[in-house]
Design a protein around this ligand. Structure first.
Ligand SMILES: Nc1ncnc2c1ncn2[C@@H]1O[C@H](COP(=O)(O)OP(=O)(O)OP(=O)(O)O)[C@@H](O)[C@H]1O
Ligand SMILES: [Mg+2]
Length: 418
């Protein structure tokens, strides 16, 4: 510690000037304490272990006024110590050079016995040999402390110098302080890496599950298609099976969107931050409409939905309801005889005072005379629509239009509620 004659000294402040001031040794210890506490803060904040190890060696060398410092990681499989970080060494040392981990090397001794080692005269040392790396750099003296944590020994922190001088017992306390902070930081980094891996695995599992559910729904949909083909001679059965398939597909789309959006970045920079169990209504309805449009090439389907994050409990019934209404418009609004070129079907979803408004409109033939929502036919479609609207605590109306049909659902929502 008392090695460097040019070691930086703490200048006495003007107030302190009249007193003789602390001795050089006390000054050096105070400086070590200041460096140690500075490193403590950095160790707590660090996010990159490599950078932290490098910083530790730089500060440790500074605190010891030494030429060299290195952090050695113990490679168990090879029973050797690798230089992970350091200062003062030739450029090819860090990340490459190794030091023996046996009891005959000072670092190996500290590692294997757990005891700090000071050797002020390596050349005449009988306890240890001078490792090659040290000989190459003309190292005369070394001080080694163990870096450990609850996972066991990580490695060794070593300070070296090629100049005459003495490392002292008090230097061990300083270096051990560094090694202890490093040990805890390394443990935290490892635990965080394990947590990140566990989270990634859980995310993967959730995606895998969702993928399987989606595939299973696709299988159900194709079974219904097969069954429909087998009933081609019976138009009513055929239509019922095709409707059933379309409903299953709508649920599959909802599911697909849920796992794509749930907990991930909202698709296409959608509304707000992603929350598990919530999805953005806009891309969800877009996808649903694109799916329906692909089965009806003569018609023109458009979707204008404002970004709006909703809980899946709301999005699912909204999606199924839109599916029913668009399917109806595709089936009834534009009879081919009158509309050989098909027609336009518009889906719209936007915020309105006190909630959300979802509308499905066409410019077709209009609803049959006497059609009333509440007393809708025995047909399943409008009953499904009615029960979905109730589930959403919404109000379904048929606003008068000049041409065609428009269904509007108003869903009340608390401000900011999803
Ligand atoms: N957009 C529309 N344009 C014209 N008529 C429509 C429209 N939507 C619904 N209708 C009429 O309302 C009736 C009831 O629709 P609903 O969905 O309940 O039954 P469906 O589509 O015939 O059978 P499903 O139970 O398979 O849905 C339809 O038969 C049709 O006559
Ligand atoms: Mg229908």
């Amino acid at each position: 510690m008392s090695a460097r004659p040019d070691a930086p000294r703490i200048e006495a402040t003007p107030e302190a000037a009249p007193s003789p001031g602390p001795s050089a040794d006390v000054e050096a210890r105070l400086r070590q304490q200041a460096i140690l506490s500075e490193f403590g803060v950095e160790a707590l904040r660090s996010t990159d272990l490599g950078i932290l190890l490098q910083r530790a060696t730089a500060l440790c060398a500074q605190g010891m006024s030494a030429e060299y410092c290195k952090a050695l990681e113990y490679l168990r499989g090879q029973d050797t110590l690798l230089v992970r970080a350091g200062v003062g060494w030739k450029s090819d040392v860090i990340g490459q050079a190794t030091v023996g981990a046996d009891l005959a090397s000072p670092a190996g001794y500290a590692l294997k016995t757990g005891r700090p080692v000071i050797s002020n005269h390596l050349a005449v040392e009988t306890r240890f040999r001078t490792p090659q790396l040290m000989a190459e750099h003309g190292i005369r003296r070394a001080i080694n402390v163990l870096i450990e944590n609850r996972d066991g020994a990580f490695g060794v922190l070593e300070v070296d110098d090629s100049r005459e001088g003495m490392f002292e017992e008090a230097d061990i306390a300083f270096m051990q302080g560094f090694a202890n902070l490093l040990g805890s930081a390394i443990e935290r980094h490892r635990t965080e890496a394990l947590l990140r891996a566990a989270l990634a695995r859980q995310d993967l599992l959730a995606r895998e599950m969702s993928h399987r559910v989606k595939n299973s729904l696709a299988i159900v949909a194709s079974l219904l298609t097969l069954q429909a083909r087998a009933n081609e001679g019976e138009p009513a059965v055929l239509a019922a099976l095709q409707d059933a398939r379309s409903r299953v597909e709508a649920i599959a789309v909802v599911h697909d969107q849920l796992w794509r959006q749930g907990g991930a970045e909202p698709e296409g920079g959608g509304a707000g931050e992603a929350v598990p169990g919530e999805i953005d209504l806009a891309p969800f309805l877009d996808k649903l409409v694109v799916n329906l449009a692909s089965g009806a090439p003569t018609h023109r389907l458009t979707c204008r939905a404002e970004p709006q994050r909703l809980s899946a409990d709301l999005a699912i019934p909204i999606g199924l309801l839109v599916n029913e209404l668009v399917t109806n418009a595709l089936k009834y609004a534009y009879p081919a005889a009158r509309f050989p070129g098909g027609g336009e079907i518009r889906v719209r979803a936007e915020r309105e005072a006190g909630g959300l408004c979802v509308e499905v409109a066409d410019d077709g033939v209009g609803l049959p005379d006497g059609f009333e929502i509440g007393r809708a036919s025995k047909s399943l479609g409008m009953r499904v629509v009615g029960s979905l609207a109730r589930q959403l605590a919404g109000t379904l109306t048929i606003p008068p239009t000049g041409q065609g049909t428009s269904f509007r659902l108003s869903i009340p929502m608390e401000p900011g509620a999803a």
